[in-house]
Write a protein that binds this ligand. Structure first.
Ligand SMILES: Nc1ncnc2c1ncn2[C@@H]1O[C@H](COP(=O)(O)OP(=O)(O)OP(=O)(O)O)[C@@H](O)[C@H]1O
Ligand SMILES: [Mg+2]
Length: 231
């Protein structure tokens, strides 16, 4: 069995345990997440919804280990990842997560295709065939743009490129912040259908979204509310 199939066939649980987050703004200190606990499994599709400012990106970034929680833990199965060093977290992310942040950061001096190969290299899959990259670029209607630099892409194309880059790693969990923002209805369907397929193949898919249509594709829906002292 190839390493990627072996990894995908393993069941994993991503656990958010009693996570709280405080922010200090210029004129306010406020709580965004208050003792939140969730369990995400491979092979399931989760949507995180709620009003703008409620803390969806904050939660996703904490799960992705890109942002520290004020208290609480993140675990993969029995392994606590929230207390790892920055280097360990980075290695962990490369191995287990495909991530799209709200800003969809692509490397500006690399073409779209080179961005995809960099993602593969960072997770130790530089020998994977060009065909995997082409498969996702084609599926997301991006193949004709593979030699373009990010500055020449529209915001919807950048969003789809960031999704393609997360997918190409074929990691255990996909953590995507508003993957259908800036997309027309045709591409919204393309992305949601593709994410549904990935969940069916055994990947854990977690997205934040304002897209009502997304809930039709999801196995579990999470709604966040404002904390009492948040506004
Ligand atoms: N680094 C920060 N410092 C201070 N406050 C922050 C910081 N990041 C986010 N916030 C605040 O925390 C709250 C939650 O932000 P977050 O980005 O998680 O919301 P969201 O639910 O993703 O919103 P949207 O739907 O608009 O993307 C907001 O009030 C935001 O202004
Ligand atoms: Mg957000």
């Amino acid at each position: 069995m190839s390493e990627s199939n072996e990894k995908k066939n393993k069941n994993h649980r991503l656990i958010v345990h009693e996570v709280s987050k405080f922010y200090s703004g210029k004129s306010r200190k406020f709580k965004v997440l208050d003792h939140k606990s969730f369990m995400f499994q491979t092979g399931e599709f989760y949507t995180i919804m709620g009003e703008s400012g409620v803390g969806k990106s904050t939660l996703l970034n904490i799960i992705a280990t890109l942002l520290p929680a004020s208290s609480g833990k993140i675990l993969l199965d029995d392994l606590e990842i929230s207390n790892m060093s920055e280097l360990e977290k980075s290695n962990f992310r490369n191995k287990y997560f495909g991530i799209v942040t709200q800003e969809s950061n692509l490397v500006s001096y690399l073409t779209l295709e080179e961005n995809m190969f960099l993602a593969l290299e960072l997770c130790g899959k530089n020998t994977e065939s060009r065909a995997t990259v082409e498969k996702y670029l084609k599926r997301l209607n991006l193949l004709h743009l593979k030699d373009e630099y990010p500055k020449n892409l529209s915001s919807g194309e950048i969003k789809r490129s960031a999704i393609a880059r997360a997918l190409v790693k074929e990691s255990n969990f996909l953590l995507l912040d508003e993957p259908t923002a800036n997309l027309d209805s045709k591409n919204t369907k393309v992305v949601l259908q593709l994410l549904r397929e990935k969940a069916n193949e055994g990947i854990g898919v977690i997205i934040t979204t304002h897209e009502k249509e997304a809930v039709e594709y999801a196995d579990q829906k999470i709604y966040l509310d404002f904390c009492e002292n948040a506004r």
